[in-house]
Write a protein that binds this ligand. Structure first.
Ligand code: KG4
Ligand code: ZN
Length: 354
């Protein structure tokens, strides 16, 4: 089944073609340069850019792959959570194209798609514990199948990626800062600066990174550490050491809570780790060690499938369509902070099932 995937929930307009489980092509128009000028994503600018890009990207995708619109069997679109204006661009495009081609479409939970992306290059194993760490969310799920995700823990304030971005911004690193901070951390000493491992003194699986962020910001201020203003040679080592210490504090916190989730769900077969923060080398290594210690298989997408992309959306669309799921044109777009309703329809069934 040839599925067109559409992703427009944040600052990347992305389209992909996935045939059953095989990614045929995946393209992304990134807006990071525009938003970097403002130190974070400006929602109105993001929607305008999605609107500007989506049509030409679609034409280019089909042309590059010599595919006729009539060859497409299914359209999958990220319907939330995310920035409403951007999501509406993608969802309107998907609904209109689906109606014009008279093919089914399906709205995808962006967060579930991040985790299911682990299946693009590996065989998915269920039940699993899934850790999703991105710019807007830090969620731990128990995953029963492609449509049943039980939320076990969530971010109470800043998400892990948000902590990377805000601390990076204070250092003068361009948005999004996670990747650069990761690269600097690889050259630093993780033990140089003591930083807290927050919100562990409890029994739950929730995360709170805002205290760590504040501690890190104060440390930066106190030690006068910044990338801005051409640091002298000696100062770079301090920057690297700070990044390594901060990165380890996030890695440890994520790993400890994930370990608790695995211990409370001993029957799971695998640990899945996904989202933009899953591109982080130190955290990937921590998760590998954790999975090996707990005797679980670790499924982590390759870096290109960790950050926002449309392959994960199309791949998820195919998994769900194979089970008979679809949406009709009444499907709503869901902004960040609102729960995605269980409103998928299933073939031969008039009830919403998942
Ligand atoms: O999943 P994603 O692309 O978009 C959202 O759905 O939010 O995640 C983006 C987040 C940003 O906060 C970015 O700084 C972070 O992922 N990120 C990283 C790395 N690469 C991207 N964080 C830490 N280390 C990385 N290598
Ligand atoms: Zn994302």
């Amino acid at each position: 089944m040839l599925c067109l995937g559409i992703e427009s929930s944040c600052d990347e307009t992305a389209l992909a073609l996935v045939d059953d489980e095989h990614v045929i092509d995946s393209i992304i128009a990134s807006q990071t340069d525009i938003h970097a000028l403002f130190g974070g994503v400006v929602p109105e600018l993001a929607s305008r850019e999605h609107y500007r890009f989506i049509g030409p990207l679609f034409d280019r995708l089909l042309e590059h792959n010599s595919i006729n619109p009539r060859d497409i069997d299914l359209i999958a679109v990220a319907r939330g959570p995310g920035l409403l204006g951007g999501l509406l661009v993608g969802v309107a495009f998907a609904k209109a194209l689906g109606a014009a081609l008279d093919i089914p479409f399906i709205g995808i939970n962006h967060l579930h798609a991040h985790l299911l992306a682990a299946g693009i290059e590996n065989k998915l194993e269920y039940p699993a514990i899934g850790l999703l760490a991105s710019g807007g969310h830090t969620h731990i799920y128990r995953i029963e199948n492609p449509w049943t995700f039980i939320l076990l823990g969530t971010s109470l304030d800043d998400a892990a990626g948000e902590a990377f971005d805000k601390v990076g911004k204070a250092m003068g690193i361009n948005y999004p800062a996670g990747k650069t901070l990761d690269q600097y951390a690889q050259k630093g000493n993780v033990k140089k600066y003591p930083l807290p491992r927050p919100h562990l003194d409890n029994q739950n699986l929730d995360f709170s990174f805002s205290g760590l962020k504040t501690a890190a910001l104060e440390l930066l201020h106190r030690e006068n550490i910044a990338v801005d203003g051409a640091p002298a040679n000696g100062q770079w080592q301090e920057i690297f050491d700070f990044c390594a210490s901060f990165n380890l504090a996030i890695a440890d916190t994520l790993t400890i809570k994930t370990q608790r989730a695995l211990k409370a769900n001993r029957d799971v077969k695998a640990l899945w780790f996904a989202g933009g923060v899953a591109a982080n080398s130190m955290i990937r290594k921590n998760m590998e060690e954790l999975a090996a210690k707990q005797d679980k298989r670790l499924l982590v997408p390759s870096v290109a499938y960790c950050t926002d992309n449309a392959s994960m959306v199309a791949f998820t669309g195919n998994l769900l369509a194979r089970e008979g799921f679809f949406h009709d044109l009444s499907m709503e777009t869901i902004p960040r902070g609102k729960k995605i309703p269980a409103d998928m329809l299933r073939k031969n069934d008039n009830d919403a099932l998942a």
